[in-house]
Design a protein around this ligand. Structure first.
Ligand SMILES: Cc1cc2nc3c(=O)[nH]c(=O)nc-3n(C[C@H](O)[C@H](O)[C@H](O)COP(=O)(O)OP(=O)(O)OC[C@H]3O[C@@H](n4cnc5c(N)ncnc54)[C@H](O)[C@@H]3O)c2cc1C
Length: 420
């Protein structure tokens, strides 16, 4: 079921102390026990490096050959979804007991980044499944709910996170989907819009209001399966991440067993806010990987292509643009890893996650746009795949909170700090 690398990853995690257990350079315990040991932000544990190598191989060898076809057909190849499950990439932080790889949050970020270097569509599928759906169950699910749902999500069934609606995007908690109690079931009516993974998903986390008189305090998270009657109404045709499905869902008297509430009645607001704060680091990682993928494709070309008798990449006008893009990439990388490390260390990270997501999506747009220009006409064709990175980059400034919403979050922290 699992690749050699992910098996090794699991084995090293459970290795008795004193043998070859890798040091978690940035964990609280590492800092406490090793006193003053401080590391650069791009220092990874042996386990994280192994994880990166293994995801990279999967992305390059298995995803790579399918990217263009999936983009043109606007559909995800089912063998890629199956491959992600087989590689242990759909339960990255989930416990081994529940079929997961039991790896760190940083490992999830690494996986999202590496997949995005090759295909941001595959990356977001893995991201939503891990950082939103799995995490909600791991953090807020009861033991029974975890025992029931996490093995399915680790091994075979794709998940969707259903919050946005036609009337509620940035103002997500103005949602209109309603849930009414009926004996030992809840009955859900309403619709959701823009739901990632929903065309292929079997498991849906649905946010609905059980008591609109309480406003956002009535919002509750339910878990449903497709066969309960989730209707896929429309699949969007998009500018970018076209292989990732984005659909409108309808719920027409959708009956859900009462035990399928996650985190308690009325707790959906708190749960969604907390999860989206974490999820944003995933989107930052997706945008970081995307920008690096475009850079890696375009820069070698600039040293092969000659004009005026010399490689175009050696003209100062080009060198400076490439150098600036490298600086931008580095800043996005450091912001993303810093937010991820803070989360893993149990420190506050909301502001840092917003900064990472905001900045990485700006960098992704700029670097992938420049990469097209560096390659001239060749960059503008679909054959090289560079233009796809640019199309895919636009979504970073929209989902899991638009760039304005990230700036709003950052501004709130600044105001709190400076207006005391
Ligand atoms: C491809 C794709 C996948 C998605 N996947 C999911 C998913 O899996 N699950 C899910 O629940 N949702 C998903 N979404 C929805 C996504 O999170 C929303 O599109 C996003 O939150 C923005 O909402 P909106 O599209 O309604 O835009 P709006 O909220 O209408 O925003 C439009 C513009 O107004 C600006 N604006 C709005 N309010 C303010 C404000 N207070 N201050 C300043 N500017 C403001 C925004 O920044 C933006 O520029 C997805 C969307 C897309 C396009």
């Amino acid at each position: 079921m699992f690749s050699a690398a992910s098996r090794l990853l699991r084995a090293t995690k459970h290795c008795p102390k004193g043998l070859v257990e890798p040091t978690r350079m940035f964990s609280i315990s590492a800092i406490r026990t090793e006193g003053l040991q401080l590391n650069s932000l791009d220092t990874f544990t042996e386990e994280e490096n192994m994880f990166r190598d293994s995801v990279k191989r999967f992305a390059v060898d298995i995803v790579g050959p399918k990217v263009r076809e999936m983009d043109e057909k606007e559909s995800m190849d089912p063998t890629i979804i199956q491959g992600l499950f087989e590689q242990g990439l759909m339960g990255i932080e989930t416990s081994a007991e529940h079929g997961g790889a039991e790896a760190s949050f940083v490992s999830a970020i690494i996986a999202i980044e590496e997949l995005a270097k090759i295909d941001p569509s595959v990356s977001v599928m893995c991201d939503v499944h891990n950082t939103l759906v799995n995490t909600i169950l791991r953090k807020y699910g009861t033991k029974e709910q975890q025992d029931k749902w996490l093995p399915l999500l680790s091994e075979s069934q794709l998940g969707s996170f259903c919050l946005s609606e036609p009337v509620s995007g940035s103002d997500a908690f103005a949602l209109q989907t309603r849930a009414k109690k009926d004996g030992d079931h809840w009955v859900i009516n309403g619709s959701k819009m823009w739901i990632t993974n929903s065309h292929e998903a079997e498991i849906f986390l649905i946010f609905a209001n059980v008591d609109p008189s309480k406003g956002y305090k009535g919002i509750t998270c339910f878990i449903a399966t497709k066969d309960m009657g989730v209707q896929i109404a429309k699949k969007e045709e998009k500018l970018g991440i076209r292989a990732s499905s984005t659909c409108t869902l309808n719920f027409d008297d959708l009956r859900i067993p009462a035990e399928n509430i996650i985190g308690g009645e009325g707790k959906g607001y708190k749960l969604a806010i907390e999860i989206l704060n974490e999820g944003r680091i995933g989107i930052a990682a997706q945008m970081l990987g995307l920008a690096q993928g475009a850079f890696d494709k375009a820069v070698p070309y600039t040293y092969q292509r000659t004009q005026f008798g010399q490689p175009i990449g050696t003209f100062q006008g080009m060198q400076f643009q490439i150098a600036e893009a490298a600086v931008e990439l580095e800043t996005a990388r450091l912001l993303t890893y810093n937010a991820a490390r803070r989360k893993e260390e149990g420190r506050t990270f909301t502001k840092e996650a917003a900064m990472a997501k905001y900045w990485a999506s700006q960098v992704a747009q700029h670097v992938s746009g420049s990469a097209i220009e560096w390659c001239g006409g060749v960059g503008f064709t679909r054959e090289t795949g560079i233009e796809k990175f640019w199309r895919d980059s636009k979504i970073g400034a929209i989902y899991e909170g638009t760039s304005n919403i990230q700036l709003q979050t950052i501004a709130k922290f600044i105001q709190q700090e400076y207006s005391r």
